[in-house]
Design a protein around this ligand. Sequence first.
Ligand SMILES: Cc1ncc(COP(=O)(O)O)c(C=O)c1O
Length: 335
Amino acid sequence: MNWETVKLDANENFFIPRVFLSSLVKEVADEVDLRLYPSDRLYTLLIREISSFLNVPSESIIIGNGSDDLIALLVKTLARRGIIITNPTFRIYKWAAKVFNVKIYESILATSFDINVNDVLRFNDAADLCFVCSPNNPTGNQFRIDDLEKLIGEFNGIVVIDEAYVDFADYSAINLLGKYDNLIIARTFSKGFGLASFRLGFLVTSYELADKLRFSIPPFNVNTVSVLMGVKMIRNKSIVEEAIKKLKIERERLINALSIINGIKPFNSKTNFILFKTEMNANYIYNYLYRNKVFVRRFDEPPLNKHYLRVTVGTPDMNDIFIDVLKRAISHENI
Ligand SMILES: Cc1ncc(COP(=O)(O)O)c(C=O)c1O
């Protein structure tokens, strides 16, 4: 691995200490017989841990091999006619719909990146599954809870709220689960908990939907090490909370640093990344950063393809390098 690169393109969490994770993996390796298949008892242990952490019934939880995998499962199992997405958003929903040959209906976010619920509801009769990413990747904002509730209440099909970034945000829609049985909350251990390499995600929903989904999952779908890492991370949640606190402080510092660069406009963020608008061509800046081993995310579709980039909130050192190279990219073009 080349440690000289500054990898800020995939919203990984660099605030969870690396040594802490390796010490937990070593504990896991000593505690279990890695030659064996994962057991039901093991899955129950993680589900119970999530249940008490989030205060939701165990029967409503489905664990999976990362939330990407669970998103594919949702489309495969629940979408017959079509899915709705609110663009710009996380690209996996569209990918899954293409794989399973399901129609895609797109509602465009307002210029403030707010969701337009009435516009989404235009597709009420055409689609049976609606994906809402809140906080939204890549815009970074969290949709208003009353907008989400209106959508869940008025949509005839099932609404999936992807809360991958909720640990960095202000609230969760999980409390609406008791009120609506057409709601699915998707979560991951990849972001707040920093376990991206382990591929661990879960869904929380009504008993009826959970039963239906459980039926479609093969046995042993999540590996033993990941399950136990999930358990240990929840048991060590104070370390996670501390890391998130530091990340949020750094997020504000990075937004401020970006906002004082001429020709750059960062957007507020409730996530561990920041979307920013560039007066210059975004591809030029992306390539300049790339040549200097700073990786950020660019977009290949309108409306973000020409003048927007997304950067992960890295450690202060990583962000300093990013800001420095970004400034150089901008001054070079001006010469
Ligand atoms: C909104 C959103 N949902 C889900 C995921 C994927 O999570 P996982 O690593 O659990 O597959 C990501 C990853 O970037 C994401 O941005």
